[in-house]
Design a protein around this ligand. Structure first.
Ligand code: SAM
Ligand code: SF4
Length: 315
């Protein structure tokens, strides 16, 4: 459906859990995730009912995220349920990839269409540092498992961090030479408990174009500006929420694991949906979409107004 600014809102991102097996420094504070009460986490039936109501209002694309979606018990059956919601044309997932060796086949069989896998460095020691203990090998095996399971058009999400992975931009771009991967560089956003983590690490996405001058623009994909090195099979995407706000092109709303609809990632506004059914649920969704602000106010000096962490919203 159209929002108050004429944007077509057709994309719902659902966070299925706050929990995560990593502790990425730009995403969560040192203490990690406070486990929320089991009763606060929406059961699958409620998630599917909200997805169905959203689909009746025009949502045709759903992405599962978290926390780490693959740590939610029974995640494959949730995928199966969501794939059967009338009107949903595309079901995707954003994952840190570490559990894909175990889950890739099941996700494919359940009808998940595509995967975004987050990976900020190709160096094992750096990986351990940024995730506070993660094992790079697990993610690399996860990427292979996804390909073996038949996933194509996989996207690799890289959060740009100055003095951490800026020197790896050419290596990430080189991954697109043989493989039809899309490597997408995302600007780090100051949000939640990790907002104050080493602010000097923010790096504007244009740094990618300076590091790989051969890149040529080839269009856009949602909020990403796409580039390709001539002759390469894959693409490089830039996602610049800080340096080039793309709110005018925003087409999404977000659902938290405890059942709050967030019209904007960076607004404090949350509409509780739990307990609503039928017309009441559709009306709440419609009001939430209508309440979507024109744009966020975040920049390097002003952290996000969201009253949550990224791992509670799902990015
Ligand atoms: N755990 C999964 C993962 O890491 O892919 C899904 C949830 S995670 C919150 C979703 C995406 O948000 C990841 O690509 C992650 O790198 C990104 N992200 C987390 N915190 C961020 C921040 N402060 N700025 C920009 N991207 C961030
Ligand atoms: Fe976990 Fe993803 Fe946040 Fe990293 S970015 S801590 S993997 S939720």
């Amino acid at each position: 459906m159209l929002d108050a600014f004429g944007r077509n809102i057709h994309y719902l991102r659902i966070s299925v859990t706050d929990l995560c097996n990593y502790r990425c420094r730009y995403c969560m504070g040192e203490d990690g995730v406070a486990k929320c009460a089991h009763a606060d986490v929406m059961p699958f039936e409620e998630i599917a009912a909200i997805a169905a109501a959203a689909a009746r209002l025009g949502v045709d694309k759903i992405r599962l995220t978290g926390g780490e979606p693959l740590v939610r018990r029974g995640i494959v059956s949730l995928c199966r349920m969501l794939r059967q919601v009338p009107g949903v044309r595309e079901l995707t997932m954003t994952t840190n990839g570490s559990l894909l060796p175990q889950f890739a086949d099941g996700l494919k069989a359940a009808g998940v269409d595509r995967l975004n896998i987050s990976l900020d460095t190709l160096d094992a020691e750096r990986f351990r540092r940024i995730t506070r203990g993660g094992n790079l090998e697990d993610v690399l095996r996860g990427i292979e498992a996804a390909a073996r399971a038949g996933f194509t058009q996989t996207k690799l999400n890289v959060v740009l961090l100055d003095g951490f992975n800026a020197d790896e931009i050419p290596a990430f771009a080189a991954l697109t030479k043989e493989k039809p991967l899309s490597v997408r560089f995302i600007e780090r956003m100051p949000i939640g408990d990790a907002a104050g983590w080493e602010p000097e690490r923010y790096l504007a996405a244009d740094a990618v174009l300076r590091a790989v001058p051969e890149l040529e623009p080839i269009g856009t994909d949602g909020v990403a500006r796409l580039y390709r090195v001539p002759g390469y099979s894959g693409t490089v995407g830039l996602i610049p929420p800080m340096s080039r706000k793309f709110c005018a092109a925003c087409d999404r709303v977000r659902l938290t694991a405890d059942g709050k609809l967030k019209p904007c990632l960076h607004s404090a506004t949350e509409i509780p949906l739990r307990g609503l059914t039928g017309d009441a649920l559709e009306t709440a969704l419609r009001d939430a979409i209508w309440a979507k602000p024109a744009s966020h106010t975040m920049d390097a000096a002003h952290p996000s107004d969201a009253v949550r962490n990224m791992f509670e919203i799902g990015g």
